[in-house]
Design a protein around this ligand. Structure first.
Ligand SMILES: [Mn+2]
Length: 441
């Protein structure tokens, strides 16, 4: 099985070799050739380059011979173009269709599991949801409780877009707007109250009904529910589902909907979408910081989003209670499994000593991630008597799977769940589950 790094190098080599053959190698013997894949050896010294050639036996033979002749020229051109410690020797091999298909299949399943590429064409879902929204039936947008930048940004962007079509659509959230997001435009349409009558509900950035918190039951009032989300644990099942776990943020799923209803990406809409994308990628540092994320962010900046202003507004809003709470969490910091698991806890006493609220815990888990040698980070937060909200992070194991064992969910690298019981008991259960997930790896 190739590692992620090898996959990345393979893809890079494939792209560059294709281009070099197209533009730099002028051997008339080279016919219609497509580089269908590259497999680099474990030591990175040699790469098998698979070529499929259109034509009869002679054309195939001549092309392969010409590629073999050109291989050192291609290799030295690769050296000019890419930065690798060692440019591998290239061995060109004919890609017969059967083997080709087989390798494509392996690659696709690899992509699905490792890179979370979409296995779906989402165009029909986008079109159907856009169609629903242009019917102008009374509509309400629902976002997850304890709203983050993606939930708020996605919700407000869609509401602003619908307003351009003369429709006022509230954004319903069980919890009120955190201070750090008060800079967002159009926050006046946020409400904790379920509107009296609506026919269409659009749910954004929530993995399931529970994540809507106190307003979850309001969904039963809707005649039609459209659900747009990027959480891997989302099971779907709404009237219209648009669930794409490969998307770095729900904001990027909302964008094509806005375009499909014919609304403009105004400065305000761009600000909301950029906020969703930036916050869900940890300001473009998390694992989900893909080329797609950066390209989309560049586009939003051209459309008026102010990256510096948004980052300042969100990150320079620390309140004393939140910083004191960070201190409490850091004092409790401990590790297990030879330092591979790092954990911290916030008891009800910590919250009162810091005069902090649950909203103030945001960002603490990211401090845990900075501990050298740690592979999994776990934060235990008291949310009531013997009730613990647990945040999990890891770039090594699937923490969504761990969280699911306790009725929670989330993403591969970031997940959470709630467990009741005494802290020592809850902590022991969770750390044991995490440790065995590490062992099984
Ligand atoms: Mn999100």
């Amino acid at each position: 099985m190739p590692t992620r790094r090898q996959l990345r190098v393979n893809n890079l080599l494939q792209e560059e070799i294709s281009q070099i053959i197209r533009t730099e190698i002028h051997d008339p013997d080279i016919g219609f050739v497509t580089i269908t894949g590259v497999q680099i050896a474990g030591d990175l010294r040699e790469a098998h380059v698979y070529a499929s050639v259109l034509g009869d036996e002679k054309e195939v033979h001549d092309t392969m011979a010409a590629l073999a002749r050109a291989s050192s020229a291609i290799r030295s051109e690769l050296g000019n173009r890419i930065r690798l410690k060692y440019i591998p020797e290239l061995a060109f091999e004919l890609d017969e269709t059967a083997r080709h298909a087989e390798r494509i299949e392996t690659l696709i399943s690899k992509f699905e599991s490792e890179l979370q590429q979409p296995d779906h064409d989402f165009a029909p879902a986008v079109a159907q949801i856009a169609q629903l929204l242009t019917e102008q039936r009374p509509t309400a947008i629902f976002i997850h409780c304890h709203p983050d930048g993606d939930a708020l940004g996605s919700g407000l962007a869609l509401s602003l877009a619908l307003q351009q079509r003369e429709q006022f659509v509230p954004v319903v959230c069980a919890d009120s707007l955190p201070t750090r997001y008060q800079f967002l435009p159009a926050t006046d349409r946020l409400t904790t109250e379920v509107p009296a009558d609506f026919e269409v509900a659009v749910v954004l950035d929530a993995a399931d009904r529970q994540q809507l918190g106190a307003v979850a039951e309001a969904l039963d009032q809707a005649q039609t529910v459209a659900w747009i989300d990027h959480h891997r644990t989302n099971q779907g099942g709404a009237d219209l589902d648009y669930i794409d776990p490969s998307a770095p943020a729900t904001a990027l799923l909302v964008r094509p909907i806005i375009e499909a209803i014919g609304a403009a990406i105004t400065t305000d809409v761009a600000t909301c979408l950029y906020t969703g994308l930036a916050t869900d990628t940890g300001f473009f540092t998390f694992e989900n910081t893909t080329a797609q994320a950066l390209e989309a962010s560049a586009q939003l900046i051209r459309e008026g989003a102010d990256p510096h202003g948004i980052a300042q507004a969100i990150n320079k809003q620390h309140k004393l209670p939140a910083l004191r709470l960070q201190g409490q969490a850091l004092i409790s910091l401990d590790s297990t499994a030879d330092g591979r698991i790092v954990y911290a806890q916030l008891t009800p006493e910590d919250f009162s000593a810091a005069q902090a609220e649950s909203e103030d815990t945001e960002g603490i888990i990211d401090l845990l991630k900075t501990v050298g040698g740690s592979e999994v980070q776990v934060l235990f937060k008291a949310t009531g008597h013997n009730c613990w909200r647990i945040s999990l992070r890891s770039s090594l194991i699937d923490v969504a799977a761990v969280a699911q064992k306790f009725g929670g969910g989330g993403h591969i690298a970031a997940a959470g769940c709630t467990i009741t019981g005494s802290l020592p008991e809850v902590r022991a259960r969770m750390l044991k589950t995490v440790a065995s997930a590490l062992d099984e790896r």
